[in-house]
Design a protein around this ligand. Structure first.
Ligand SMILES: CC(=O)CC(=O)C(=O)O
Ligand SMILES: [Mg+2]
Length: 221
């Protein structure tokens, strides 16, 4: 008999990772992107998951500008299509602190050529995650202080009330065209301060009072 799937190990379920881009005004400005009128969405494969303690995060072959992007991750417990914003939070089972590791050099090339960001966002180890935090431990996902340090120096710091699109809006928006399933992870976008990392850099991140995590940067894949 196979063991029942536990939501706390959602990353083993093989469901999807839907990522929101450009969800903080200051981050749009730092990369010279317009502020979006609707969420900018892309997918990351579940092979990019890197739970804390499972080794270093590594850029794809040839990458010369691997960036950190700290993000609040929302774990879906109840699936659905056309989920109304008003009941969207009923579909949330919990949260993780996540990094949307990005090969910025490849992303810039993709943007110039007008081609997808796959090489920039989808490599193995591109989605480091913290331990799972049950929904009950977070009273308001739209009021969380979170930060990321590289080698002890703060690089990114925000409150999630700075998001352009809120968690319920994002869930409702995605579910209009893509069925959400239990075990899916939504990455809600990164605040300003994205920057390059080097092999052996120590990444430390926290949602204050909720969860913390540490990762090392490794050599390229
Ligand atoms: C410019 C980006 O890489 C978009 C993104 O992932 C974000 O979080 O914003
Ligand atoms: Mg991102």
């Amino acid at each position: 008999m196979t063991a029942p799937l536990k939501l706390s190990r959602f990353y083993e379920w093989g469901r999807k990772i839907v990522a929101v881009g450009r969800n903080y005004r200051a981050h749009c400005a730092e990369l010279g992107n317009p502020v979006p009128k609707e969420p900018v969405l892309f997918l990351k494969p579940t092979t990019s998951y890197l739970p804390e303690g499972k080794g270093p995060t590594r850029g794809p072959p040839g990458c010369t500008d691997l960036h950190h992007e700290i993000e609040l991750g929302v774990v879906i417990s109840g699936g659905g299509t056309n989920i109304p914003q008003e009941s969207a939070m009923d579909h949330v089972g919990g949260y993780v602190l996540a990094l949307d590791m990005t090969a910025r050099d490849y992303q810039n090339i993709a943007k110039e050529k007008g081609i997808p960001w796959t090489w920039a966002k989808c490599f193995d180890t591109a989605c480091p995650i913290s331990e799972f935090v049950p929904k009950e431990k977070v009273s308001d996902p739209q009021d969380l202080n979170m930060w990321l340090k590289v080698n002890g120096e703060v690089r990114q710091k925000t409150n999630t009330n700075d998001m352009i699109f809120t968690v319920p809006y994002i869930i409702s928006y995605i579910s209009k065209m893509m069925t959400l399933e239990p075990g899916d992870l939504i990455l809600t976008g990164t605040p300003m301060g994205v920057a390059g990392v080097q092999p052996n850099d120590q990444l430390e991140a926290e949602i204050e009072g909720v969860v913390a995590m540490k990762f090392t940067v490794g050599d390229k894949l």
